[in-house]
Design a protein around this ligand. Structure first.
Ligand SMILES: Cc1cc2nc3c(=O)[nH]c(=O)nc-3n(C[C@H](O)[C@H](O)[C@H](O)COP(=O)(O)O)c2cc1C
Length: 195
């Protein structure tokens, strides 16, 4: 969840319009991992995150699990791109099978059928043959699997800078310029262990 919240903050800071697809699982995991108690209603979650990250009025909208009136539920109104961050193995499997049991699954299915960018950010480890086959299936269908594998060449000194080594790569895939992480060849890497 820290990756997901940092991504949300970065997208809002970049001035993009964000539709947050708000699951109950996210509320449980964010409480476990960050000690944050989030509102149960999607609309209140939008208010909560807008205030927390300083979003402009209307910049962030949130939709619940079965909010089928959300624009992204239809191929007639798909988003420019979609990121599932973090992506559980359950959600990965649902996307790989083309299920539409929740708004997240339906919106992902819409992105694939409309040939729009869909990025899945799993953090599971280790991976079973089922997980790997599902990753191959979604990749073949046009999605990008971008595992939450932080990098260390920039010697991140804080948890936030470690998160940014993953979130920066997500923004790169979305075509959003960012300076969240030092670029290879432009930082202290290669100077050896004394640097
Ligand atoms: C603290 C916590 C961490 C979890 N981490 C993962 C994880 O990294 N990967 C995963 O596939 N499931 C993980 N789970 C299990 C999922 O949250 C659970 O299967 C959930 O129902 C998935 O819902 P979703 O498929 O709608 O995302 C975690 C659960 C908890 C409580």
């Amino acid at each position: 969840m820290p990756y997901g919240l940092r991504l949300l903050e970065s997208l809002l800071n970049a001035g993009t319009q964000v539709f947050l697809l708000y699951s109950q699982a996210a509320q449980i995991v964010v409480h476990q991992e960050l000690g944050l108690t989030l509102p149960t209603r999607a609309r209140e979650a939008a208010d909560f995150f807008s205030a927390r990250f300083g979003a402009a009025a209307g910049q962030l909208r949130a939709f619940g699990r079965e909010d089928w009136f959300a624009p992204v539920a239809s191929g007639s109104n798909p988003a420019d791109a979609m990121v599932i961050c973090p992506c559980t193995m359950g959600t990965l499997a649902a996307v790989a099978c083309g299920l539409a049991d929740s708004l997240i699954e339906r919106a992902a299915d819409v992105m694939l059928k409309e040939r729009r960018p869909l990025i899945l950010v799993p953090r599971e480890t280790p991976l079973s043959a089922i997980h790997l086959e599902n990753m191959l299936a979604v990749t073949r269908a046009g999605a990008d699997v971008l595992p939450a594998s932080p990098s260390f060449y920039s010697k991140p000194a804080t948890l936030d800078s470690l998160l940014d080594t993953v979130v920066g790569r997500v923004l790169d895939q979305l075509g959003l310029q960012n300076k969240l992480m030092p670029r290879w060849g432009e930082g202290p890497e290669g100077k050896g262990e004394d640097s």
